[in-house]
Design a protein around this ligand. Sequence first.
Ligand SMILES: Cc1ncc(COP(=O)(O)O)c(C=O)c1O
Length: 446
Amino acid sequence: MTESIKKLDVHSRLMLHRTARKDVAGGISVIVKGEGVRVFDENGASYIDLEAGGTRPVHAGYGRTELARAGYDQMCEMAYFTPMGFANVPAMKLADKLADITPPGIDRFIFECDGSEAVETAMKLAKHYHYYRGDKGRFKVVSRRGAYHGVNGIGVRALGIVMPMRQLMEPLAPGAAFIESPYCYRCRHNLSYPACDLACARELERVIEFEGPEQISIFIGEPIQQGFGAYRPPPEYWPVIREICDRYSILLVIDEVICGFGRTGRMFATEHFDLRPDLMTMAKGLTSGYLPLGAVGCTDAVVEPVELLNHLHTYGNHPVSCAVALKNLEILENEELIENSATMGRYFLDGLNTLGHHPSVGEVRGTGLWLAIDFTVDKKSRTPFPLQNLMSIIARAKRKGILVKTMGMALEFAPPLTISTEDIDEVIPILDACIHEEEKAMGLLK
Ligand SMILES: Cc1ncc(COP(=O)(O)O)c(C=O)c1O
């Protein structure tokens, strides 16, 4: 097996998503097996996966034969049929199940292939809602600088991140407006909470007035935001946003693609804020990554005026993915993995807090099993930490058997929800050593 993998040449045939040529040249690991919270590469090296598959979907952990069996059984029974004009049993059951566990009011669902498609569909559905109500001029989307909502056509419009991913695709469809993100550690308004009076949320009203209230379709945001490393806004943030959206008849789309299905210690992160969205996007933990699936949920009020949703994906409402999602939700519930996310999240956070003595550890934060260390070269001024040094910490961690990644100036942690205290006890000293070694190399130690 290993021999045959070595003969495969990553350079010549396979294109890798968002991977620079120089990184391929530097050597790419081929991951061949997963078990619990660990993955193994083609050389047999084992890693504790603190990113649940890198893009963080693997909530139930690796090697779940029950999920494989659910997919197999559904393929044997009925593998595929069009979502246009026909329904299928797993999709209907999954919609029913999601109605039970999503915030009150979110009762209607449609399934797509991934998070980007879910965001795309939510934006289209919102546009349909306004259109059928006779509000045909609403096409603008307000998002946040620092946001990520996927890579598809309309969704790219809401990408608040400044990086080639967005710039390369410009000019984008018109209608993108942005406000600052709630990132109190390095507040873009140079204010401090709570004296700021939530300036970052109140900015929404100014942008709406500037853009023209009658032209705005939605505001979109993650309840806890990935862009700066698992950033949780102050408790008043979402109530302010909700109130402004209501006042201007703008639909509030909450993107739970990462947060959903237990990542933050609750089934959905909206629960931390008692937030009632009009539309909600989901993916990743919905199937624990075993098959591609994204979902949009919305209120009856959003669907009610829409005579026909002019939208179709061949793999919409896919029965096999929906069957796997149902089994995955059963596992999350039966094994109390949402509760484990809350408990292990607190334990992990305590562990990370012991690293606070390092001169470069600026802020440690986390909600459930979505945590981050925000780095700085100067704790007082919170001066940004060079990305190359963060990357070097990640490389050190990989050599010592743990997989982590960056988000903004932070190291981010989002392990499978099955992680145990023993795993966390193994990880903390390794992180401690990696940070120490990097600080020493940078000359930060006195
Ligand atoms: C908040 C958010 N929305 C949407 C997406 C896009 O999802 P996908 O990569 O499944 O297309 C992502 C992906 O990371 C995400 O984090």
